[in-house]
Design a protein around this ligand. Structure first.
Ligand SMILES: C[S@@+](CC[C@H](N)C(=O)[O-])C[C@H]1O[C@@H](n2cnc3c(N)ncnc32)[C@H](O)[C@@H]1O
Length: 273
């Protein structure tokens, strides 16, 4: 199952690696600077970026820590990350092949683990979180940024079953565009998962992110049929899903919509002996 999903991820992200190097939402998204502020990294820290893609998150942390490993399962992405490190003169940023479900690092290796805009691809979120905790030093920090599904706050007035249905239709919308999409849960699911795994939440924010539809479908090389289906959903799909995604045309007639990014900073907790 994991091997299959890794193969789907590589087949989608390998050919798209160069596009992720320049993608506005990945290279310049608001969450990039904000997560560094929230984490407050220290110059002595050893850091790991999981599912680094083209390396943007590892590269923003690099100037603030001793070393950072940019890791991913897609070789083409690691090449982009290495190019970025060279271009910015980041001698303390290296790359490593690593699956989020089986991080190839000893226990208690890192002061900081981060993961941005990637966890919704992982086949098993509990396993990922357990791996993060294992490789973190006691008291170490884990920073997560990811797209999340709607909750009551984003869909005021919707019933619990309407929200559950919109969580399902939102994930189906994402999976139609990118078959390597796994599951993006609502924010509270992440908080519960992390607390249950032995993390204390020290910062919790959510931000809206505007997506331009055309580059979003181009990055994943969607077929014309898939593009038409996605447009149909934005135009006349389920009402609660459209309330969540807020599709709109800009002054040039280009289609845009909104996604929600969750930012969580958490610390590994250990029972006192
Ligand atoms: C959207 S990109 C990451 C963006 C990047 N973190 C950033 O901040 O710009 C998603 C990345 O997740 C990686 N990925 C997906 N599933 C993975 C897994 N199970 N283990 C490790 N990396 C994975 C993909 O190869 C891809 O490079």
């Amino acid at each position: 199952m994991t091997k299959d999903s890794d193969a789907v991820v590589r087949s989608k992200f390998g050919p798209a690696a160069a596009d992720y190097a320049t993608s506005e939402v990945h290279a310049k998204g608001e969450s990039l600077a904000r997560i560094v502020e929230l984490v407050a990294p220290q110059k002595t820290w050893v850091a790991l970026d999981v599912a680094t893609g083209a390396g943007h998150t590892a590269a923003v942390f690099a100037p603030h820590v001793a070393t950072v490993i940019a890791s991913d399962i897609t070789d083409e992405m690691l090449k982009e990350a290495a190019k970025l490190a060279t271009a910015r003169g980041l001698a303390n940023m290296s790359t490593a092949t690593a699956s989020a479900s089986a991080l190839p690092f000893p226990n208690e290796s890192f002061d900081l683990v981060c993961c941005r805009l990637a966890a919704h691809h992982f086949p098993d979120l509990e396993k990922f979180v357990a791996e993060v905790r294992r490789v973190l030093k006691k008291g170490g920090r884990f920073a997560l940024v990811d797209n999340v599904a709607p909750d009551q706050e984003r869909l005021p007035g919707a019933s619990v079953s309407d929200i559950d249905e919109t969580i399902r239709t939102y994930n189906a919308f994402e999976k139609l565009r990118d078959p390597s999409h796994g599951f993006a849960p609502p924010p509270e699911h992440w908080c519960d998962l992390l607390r249950a795994a032995g993390f204390e939440i020290v910062a919790h924010e959510q931000m809206e992110k505007e997506l331009a539809f055309e580059p979003w479908v181009e990055r994943m090389r969607c077929t014309p049929a898939v593009i038409a289906d996605l447009k149909r959903i934005l135009d006349s799909g389920p009402g609660h899903l459209r309330s969540f995604l807020k599709p709109r045309l800009d002054e040039n007639g280009a289609l845009h919509f909104t996604l929600q990014e969750l930012l969580l900073v958490t610390d590994r907790t250990d029972p006192t002996e």
